[in-house]
Write a protein that binds this ligand. Structure first.
Ligand code: ADP
Ligand code: MG
Length: 559
């Protein structure tokens, strides 16, 4: 039955649409990129599902997109013969804000209205961008493999409601028709549409077809391919412009912003594969979400296999986006197979090395970009030493900390830089962890170090304490927390001072005993310290105990 129903958008969708139309008004043309991107994704999905069920092709294996316009009806139409959607899928995908990313986005929006435009940019707008140029959008779709009677028509003016009905649709795939607003009639133009496609969608590997026009601009019966239609990563590096790399990033990462940096490599040998990785500019909302969506897309011989192939990238590099295309994996590879596949391990190890190397180079050649990177993803990278023992040293090389050397909360001191500045007899890397920069910087534990002019790294991110428990040394130099245990400065110690301290210990023996009694049950031990210069006393944890900040953290968590 064709039963037609009228459904409401979630209230947030309405809000989102209004914001979007407003903030993207000067950048209307991106609707076409978003619709083409979706059509291309849909074809990728069909190709993948058809690997195990050939019948889904319904005898038509040429996957393609098509863009049409009709000046009389004032419509622009984007059609694909990809996977299509059934009624349920239409409701879930374009009737509601179902994805957790979108919900998070909206939460962030309501928290901080002032940053709306930026947030929208960061989030990406997808299908809803249709309403920037259209006052009515019609989607007709049929899922591959279902009968023609299972077509679905979705229609909405973008104002809070949409209708859904079952229609007859012999063609598989999806057709999106935009009924243009009066101020968007500029898109009823062959030349304009072709230019937009070239600008944003040249990298799409499927042909994007438009009707060929004669010299007078009259439509002919022929179709022609408007884009380059070859997978971008298969092309040689020097044949790809920065703009093309950037547009491809927006497509694979579903991001609206430009990437920070990218690396494109072809590996040949016992295994052949191509990787194109991107470092985004900003952390996505779901960086710490376990069911985050986008990561690395896996292709085998140019055929899309899966999104978010988590086996290809360790967790601490989960912010990396891009494509791995293997020439050797079987086409019917599944997630289960990926989990214990030696070829995958090789690709993953190679990729990690490349990315760490790339970041190192970025830090050297483009320090400003690197500091942007560190701000966005430093805390994720700090998960590295725990997860990837083999690359610990390489990862630590990328770390940046605040330090007593520049007395600022900017994290820009590398371990190499610290070592270079070490005093003559200094053998250790001194650091302190605390809850905030201010707490670290003002810690009485630093007094002696300041007096002696010994640099101390100031760590005040939540992960630092945990991360340092995996770091014994760097470049042969052990790490020492200045807030833990007896302070052993080794050769940096002043002999005279040491003797003075030992004498003081004897002199104050009875005072110490009295204090110990008063504080019984509250402290383990009261000692004379020579680590202080101005403060009368400080709390110290013993060598093997957790640092204070960690103890507080656990207490907050209810331990
Ligand atoms: P995204 O592409 O980032 O997932 P969109 O708003 O562009 O977000 O699209 C939302 C969802 O709608 C897609 O994930 C997909 O499931 C579905 N969709 C959109 N366009 C198509 C299409 N042409 N064919 C099949 N599914 C589609
Ligand atoms: Mg999309």
């Amino acid at each position: 039955d064709a039963h037609k129903e009228t459904l409401s958008f979630q209230t947030e969708v309405k809000q989102l649409l209004q914001l979007m139309i407003h903030s993207l008004y000067s950048n209307k043309e991106i609707f076409l990129r978003e619709l083409i991107s979706n059509g291309s994704d849909a074809c990728d999905k069909l190709r993948f599902e058809a690997l195990s069920d050939d019948a889904l092709y319904e005898g038509e294996t040429d996957l393609k997109l098509r863009v049409d316009f009709d000046p009389e009806a004032r419509t622009v139409t984007v059609t694909d013969n990809g996977i299509g959607m059934n009624r349920q899928e239409v409701m879930e995908n374009i009737g509601t804000i179902a994805s957790s990313g979108t919900r998070k986005f909206l939460e962030a929006l309501s928290e901080d209205q002032s940053q709306t435009a930026q947030l929208i940019g960061q989030f990406g707008v997808g299908f809803y961008s249709s309403f920037i140029v259209a006052d009515k959008v019609t989607v007709e779709t049929r899922r591959a493999g279902l009968g023609a009677e299972h077509g679905v028509r979705w229609e909405s003016a973008g104002e809070g409601e949409y209708t859904l009905e079952t229609v007859e649709r012999p063609e598989r795939g999806t057709c999106v028709t935009l009924h243009l607003r009066e101020d968007a009639e500029e898109f009823l133009d062959d030349f304009r549409l072709r230019n937009i496609i070239k600008k944003y969608s040249d990298h799409i590997s499927l042909p994007i077809l438009m009707i060929k026009r004669d010299e007078e601009g009259k439509p002919t019966d022929e179709l022609e391919t408007v884009n380059k239609a070859s997978a971008l990563w298969t092309r040689p590096r020097d044949a790809i412009s920065d703009e093309e790399y950037t547009e491809f990033y927006k497509h694979v990462a579903h991001d609206f912003e430009e990437p920070l940096s990218w690396l494109h490599n072809k590996v040949e040998g016992t295994q052949s594969y191509t990787t194109l990785f991107y470092i985004p500019k900003r952390a996505p909302f779901d960086l710490y979400d376990r069911d985050k969506r986008y990561g690395i897309k896996l292709y085998v011989k140019r055929v899309f296999i899966m999104d978010d192939a988590e086996q290809l990238m360790p967790n601490y590099l989960r912010f990396v986006r891009g494509v791995v295309d293997s020439d050797d994996l079987p086409l019917n590879v599944s997630r289960e197979i990926l989990q214990r596949n030696r070829q995958i391990d090789t690709i993953r190890n190679g990729s990690v090395k490349k990315i760490l190397g790339h970041l190192e180079k970025l830090a050297k050649d483009e320090p400003e970009k690197y500091s942007e990177f560190w701000q966005a993803f430093g805390n994720v990278l700090k998960e590295g030493p725990a997860e990837d023992f083999g690359n610990k040293e390489k990862i630590a090389k990328l770390f940046r900390f605040a330090s007593t050397h520049n007395d600022s909360d900017v994290q820009n001191v590398s371990l190499d830089e610290y070592i270079e500045r070490m005093q003559e007899k200094q053998e250790k890397i001194y650091y302190i962890t605390a809850e905030s920069y201010a707490a670290a910087k003002n810690s009485p534990h630093l007094e002696l170090f300041r007096k002696k002019g010994i640099e101390v790294l100031l760590m005040y991110d939540r992960v630092d304490e945990w991360m340092m428990s995996f770091m014994d040394e760097y470049n042969g130099k052990p790490f020492v927390s200045v807030a833990k245990g007896a302070l052993d400065l080794g050769d940096l110690e002043d002999k005279e001072e040491k003797e003075k301290a030992e004498q003081a210990e004897k002199d104050y023996q009875s005072l110490l005993e009295r204090m110990q009694k008063v504080l019984e049950g509250k402290v383990k031990e009261v000692k004379v310290s020579h680590r202080l210069t101005d403060s009368p006393s400080c709390l110290v944890v013993s060598e093997n105990d957790m640092a204070m900040s960690m103890q507080k953290l656990l207490k907050q968590a209810g331990h």
